[in-house]
Design a protein around this ligand. Sequence first.
Ligand code: NAD
Ligand code: UDP
Ligand code: UDP
Length: 338
Amino acid sequence: EPAHHRDLASTRHFVGGKVPLGLKRKALRVLVTGGAGFVGSHLVDRLLERGDSVIVVDNLFTGRKDNVVHHFGNPNFEMIRHDVVEPILLEVDQIYHLACPASPVHYKYNPTNVVGTLNMLGLAKRISARFLLTSTSEVYGDPLQHPQVETYWGNVNPIGVRSCYDEGKRTAETLTMDYHRGANLEVRIARIFNTYGPRMCIDDGRVVSNFVAQALRKEPLTVYGDGKQTRSFQYVSDLVEGLMKLMDGEHVGPFNLGNPGEFTMLELAKVVQDTIDPNARIEFRQNTQDDPHKRKPDISRAKELLGWEPKIPLREGLPLMVTDFRKRIFGDQDSAAT
Ligand code: NAD
Ligand code: UDP
Ligand code: UDP
């Protein structure tokens, strides 16, 4: 490809904008930190599918090689085992920063959200890459506003057991905006609401993976507290589409990315029973400290500015995840038999 052609079709012209008819979109070099994880690996699939080259940086803390092994040998794919808490030198056009111990079981005592995000922002600044932070609905804490709008500042306990995650992400958002204002960095912020789907960690303690694994293993579904607390569950492909639209669009955000369909934990248990085993028992357990009572995204901003909204309701997405969990828990042969 001649150099002048590369310049003409360079990413700066067409990222987010309309690519003129007949002119192919220039492939991007994209870094996905946390790309061996649940959300990251689905994002990597889509980026490679549309022709980009992808570098995954992951320390495999909660991620798994299995999630990306189907790309090994693809010249457009590279995986580096690296902890983002340590600096790294790379050359890319876009950085999706997902690396983070993302479940209550894993995220305690880990500086990834602050130090890791700082390093990735420093990297983005040096090479003038566009930087997308995957923040979380947890920045709203135990919200006093319902549903949550991006302009709500949240209700977070700074010294509780969840604070490392909530406050870590809040700090990550602050750092991101500081680099945007101070270093003129192009940034994007997504606030992700509870997401589920294939490749989710089986034993990381999140409610959807717990219930699905429990129902498959014929164990009781563990409902914490009275089960009347609510969450809104988004299927992973909807999230990935939102992240890419956000990255390639013109708006910084923050944007809520979630499915507004709201369920109590007891309702979720019912959906799992209907999907896997109507006889699955429910067992009540003591709830964890500082558990948010309700959570539901207001996605008007993403609808209007990104032209995005989720398409897959819980009752459609759950069976897709169950197929994957069946294979991983029982192996292929048993799943064929059941
Ligand atoms: P995940 O645990 O599957 O993926 C996180 C990945 O980051 C893993 O592959 C892990 O090995 C890697 N990682 C962790 N610490 C690292 C470090 N120090 N250096 C390099 N790699 C590291 O979780 P996920 O659900 O895919 O979450 C991805 C992102 O989305 C996270 O930033 C998370 O906070 C955010 N998010 C997810 C949800 C959800 O419901 N899944 C909700 C809100 C926000
Ligand atoms: N950094 C990195 N890769 C780079 C550039 C920076 O990992 O290509 C790290 C760097 O080690 C530092 C952080 O990003 O810890 C912030 O970098 P920045 O240049 O913004 O801050 P400074 O080093 O000037 O404090
Ligand atoms: N929860 C539950 N049973 C479980 C795991 C979690 O009832 O086995 C509840 C938990 O108390 C919380 C909700 O499900 O109210 C969502 O928990 P999760 O950890 O999945 O997500 P988050 O709290 O981060 O939204």
